[in-house]
Design a protein around this ligand. Structure first.
Ligand code: 4NP
Length: 150
């Protein structure tokens, strides 16, 4: 099973830091020791904390994202992480272009919540549905940990 997991979205200020924070909290609750991080395919927000409205929605559910800082994904991440989880098909295409031949490490985060019928985590930066994004992220994280668990 994967011991190290990188979550990737476009800006690394909404979906992937939320996925990182939610998965870290759920893993701790299950006593699982995983190395988790997140990154963006874009570089606009490098060094910034997660987007304010995203942080606020996450904090309501007990997820404190305030210590996270955005960074851009790099080819070297494919050597550092067992599994890289894309939030949508565009992230996936960008990751494939960044590291050709490394598809075995790449999955869509929504693959872990097939019961939802979702094939991407819609970007709340544009939809403004931060709680809906968290609902889906919680389901994906739980499914991920069901596979990662002992
Ligand atoms: P994320 O959302 O990919 O979930 O972090 C975005 C945040 C900001 C931008 C794009 C996506 N942006 O273009 O600034």
């Amino acid at each position: 099973m994967a011991q190290s997991i990188l979550f990737v979205c476009l800006g690394n200020i909404c979906r992937s830091p939320s996925a990182e924070g939610v998965t870290r909290a759920l893993a701790a609750r299950r006593g699982l020791d995983l190395r988790l991080d997140s990154a963006g395919t874009g570089d606009w927000h490098v060094g910034k904390p997660p987007y304010g409205p995203m942080q606020a929605a996450a904090l309501v559910r007990g997820y404190d994202l305030s210590g996270l800082r955005a960074r851009q994904v790099s080819r070297a991440d494919f050597d550092r992480f067992d599994l890289i989880l894309a939030m949508d098909a565009q992230n996936m295409a960008d990751l494939r272009r960044l590291a050709p031949g490394r598809d075995a490490q790449l999955r869509l985060f929504t693959d872990f919540a097939p019961e939802t019928g979702m094939t991407e985590v819609p970007d709340p930066y544009f939809t403004r549905d931060f709680t809906g994004a968290l609902d889906l992220i919680e389901l994906c994280a739980a499914g991920l940990l069901d596979q990662a668990g002992p």
